[in-house]
Design a binder for this molecule. Sequence first.
Ligand code: SAM
Length: 280
Amino acid sequence: MIPSREVLNGDYKQLMRVDREIHVTQTPYQNLQIFENRTFGRVLALDGVVQTTEADEFIYHEMLAHPPILAHGGVRKVLIIGGGDGGCAEEVLKHDVETVVMVEIDGAVVAAAKAHLAMISNGAFDDPRLSLIIGDGARYMQSMAQSVERFDLIIIDSTDPIGPGVVLFEDAFYTDCQRVLAPGGILVTQNGVPFVQRLQYQTTGATRAKLFRHAGFYFATVPSYCGGPLAFGWASDTLDLAQLDLAQLEAAHDRFGTTLRYYNPLVHLGAFATPNFLRL
Ligand code: SAM
């Protein structure tokens, strides 16, 4: 089997042995691969870039969902852009949220995830609180900005700024997100690995810092996202997520009452510690 070769950056690539090919197709948007690797279990790759793996998806999806929800304390309506594997939706739905709208551009990703990656979505697609829309997240956000619909939490669980994902890293999109957030709302984004995707980190961070009253990053190391800690971008016009109180986080975590595999209040606190070289 030819190894899966991820060339995210011209100077640097990641190879994964393909022990068993599960599903490969060219969708109208991207090349979709699901394969098995002895260390990572089932792996989803889009245009050759690893999106999520059975073995370490819990780190990424827990850290995408729980810090903003536990910091906010009253999230009822959530919007997920992307997230076609269902992992983010699964984590959000562990909370007593009212509704989760998920806008994924590629229906083939959802179909493949339902068929071959059920261990990642864990029934999220069957949860009556979830509404799945197959469409472009940027267009959806633009239309929502003209409507009265507002969300307490917007999560951008997208691919990197290549192919259909490019629009989800642009200023106009963040401006629409700001309009679609309810008062007190929070935006969180998958923001790449800054050590090897520095420009994306800097430009998106600067845009959000310009647009929102509070903005920043937190970090977690996801082994299959090669190049170092992954950045999660966040922004809010009300909450400063970087102002953390451990006692408050512990109280929120106790109220939540679910033990997670990666997240705990101290991990939450530590995730916001920004290394000097990553301070914008
Ligand atoms: N965890 C992954 C990561 O960090 O790169 C992201 C996982 S998820 C599979 C990414 C999803 O974003 C893909 O299913 C892709 O189809 C979707 N996507 C890309 N561009 C999009 C857009 N403009 N609107 C909605 N979904 C989009």
